[in-house]
Structure formats: structure tokens, C-alpha cells
Design a protein. Structure first.
Length: 143
């Protein structure tokens, strides 16, 4: 088994986070929990608290035309980008994927205090799944 601790967040790729915030805050009752930019990868994001839940909702927008979010929007349009689970042990998760017959997309990646791996949408029936372990304290850590 993957060793899932919890559902961390669901991510929506959009052209502009500001255009979607009023829908999520005004109608859905979510509250902005944090904002960030990753110039290295070419995106900016907003985290939102979901009423009554332990998981959060995330909006990502491109900040450069060659980012993975810009490419996603060109190819697919706005929509579900990924679903993220926190796991107990990233190496165990990668091994469980392999045992199941799925090669972790990109292997296990470590960066900025996180270790993560993915199931590519072609291997899951259309959804990008991300699994992570926080190896060092991070400003976007779950509460």
C-alpha cells in the first residue's frame, strides 16, 4: 500500500488566480491561507482552507509562458491539475507503485525540503497524483 496519511490538497490550474478567488471565497466559503511564487518553475499559487475539511484547495497560475502550468493550460485548458496526498515514507510509496506495476513518474524527487513522487495521468486514467513527505519544516506546512 501507498502509506497515505491524508489528502493534502486538490489543485486547479487557471490563467488567473484573482479571477477565480471570488468564486471560491464568496460562493464556496473558502478562506485564503497563503500565497507564493516559484520563479524557478514559472508559477504562482494560492492556498485556500476548505470549510469543514482537513484538506486544502489550491489555485496555480503561470508566471512564464514556458512553465508547466502554461503548457497545461495551452494543451487542456483550465481544470483539475493534480491531487496531492501526504504519505508516511516516500520510498515505500514509490516501491508500492512499482509493485502495482506503475513506474513513479520522474522517480523520487527531493527539493526545497520535500520528497515527492507522482503517478502520471496516463497511468491513472487521467489524473496526476502527487505523493509527498515533508523532510524539513516548510512555510506551507499543514497545520
Amino acid at each position: 500500500m501507498l502509506g497515505i496519511k491524508r489528502l493534502d490538497h486538490v489543485c486547479w490550474a487557471v490563467a488567473s488566480t484573482e479571477k477565480q478567488l471570488s468564486l471560491l471565497t464568496g460562493l464556496f466559503g473558502m478562506k485564503v491561507d497563503g500565497r507564493w511564487r516559484n520563479e524557478e518553475q514559472g508559477y504562482a499559487g494560492v492556498s485556500l482552507e476548505v470549510p469543514g475539511g482537513n484538506a486544502s484547495f489550491e489555485l496555480l497560475e503561470p508566471t512564464s509562458d514556458d512553465s508547466f502550468i502554461a503548457r497545461f493550460l495551452r494543451e487542456r485548458g483550465p481544470g483539475l491539475h493534480h491531487v496531492t496526498f501526504e504519505v508516511h515514507d516516500i520510498e515505500q510509496t514509490a516501491a508500492a507503485l512499482r509493485e502495482y506495476g506503475i513506474e513513479p513518474w520522474g522517480g523520487v524527487r527531493r527539493s526545497h525540503g520535500w520528497a515527492e513522487t507522482y503517478i502520471h495521468p496516463r497511468d491513472s486514467g487521467g489524473v496526476l497524483f502527487q505523493f509527498y513527505v515533508e523532510e524539513e519544516p516548510h512555510e506551507h506546512s499543514p497545520k
